[in-house]
Design a protein around this ligand. Sequence first.
Ligand code: NCD
Ligand code: ZN
Length: 345
Amino acid sequence: MQEITIQTPDDLHLHFRDESMLLNTVPATARCFRRAIVMPNLVPPVTNAERLTAYRERILSAVPPGKHFEPLMTIYLTDNTDKETVTSAKAAGAVAAKLYPAGATTNSDTAVTDLERLYPVFEQMQKIDMLLLVHGEVTDTHIDIFDREKEFIDQKLQVIHARFPNLKIVFEHITTKDAADFVSQANEFMAATITPQHLMLNRNDLLVGGIRPHNYCLPVLKRSTHQQALRKAVQSGSHKFFLGTDSAPHEKHKKETACGCAGCYSAWSAIELYAQVFEELDALDKLEGFASHYGADFYGLPRNQGTITLKKEQWKIPDAIHLGNGEDIVPFFAGQTINWKVTDA
Ligand code: NCD
Ligand code: ZN
């Protein structure tokens, strides 16, 4: 196949960041996605309706003229979030609330330490049809980093899902066979996003032949058997798995350092990278469901109008993206050639 046209897709998980970065991140996503679920882990985090409204305005002012793009906003749960917080956030347009176990990832220090305290909040979210998005890793220091996702399922996610079976939960950026199996077997209120990096890479790509800071993200890349399980999950065409890039930029100097930040900035090539994976899997016919249908359906949103077209065409991802303030970002897959390109962006 030389060309593929799909209904306009959505990115159901990404990090736009703030301030000057928005001038790069928002156009990158708006070039081919119509909507995106925007993560709230700013400093300070987006914890309430007021911050959410202000952040949405900042994002909208970075949308290039003539582009139709809608940020779908989320709030960040803390130990102090209460029923009123989620209710007023929903009224201000929040579609979901994000659960970060405290310390799990970038800017999560003020997040949740005691899940049970949030049960009244989950109850309310279930009632008002607000989704719960989870970063699925435990943070106990004695748990090996490669086991943290499975431990989260066993210790936390099963418990929340059993107690709130009608609460829609998105298990974000899954990285293991355990997670793929869990989501497949759970009821229809449980789904998952999968990133391009977890479909394309495994932990060898992080560690063999030298450490590769630009392949470092959280949850960390796992062994190849897990990568294969994720590839099978998307190849199956199951509506429980949908597109969420987890595009998460950090300035180059914050990645290429002794203690580098986690996150891959994939927005400039994400849909093309997914196309490449689906082609390798001989499953290009499943790309549209994954990218444009299942996420919207799970969120209860209308599917997008319009289409995008990808052409078989080799191009090289740039070595760096200049932010215009003297800072650079090294994009995911920098310097490598990929085979698909959006033509009408
Ligand atoms: C994300 C970030 O930098 O905000 N990093 C990452 O590695 N994925 C946070 C997250 O989604 O865990
Ligand atoms: Zn993320």
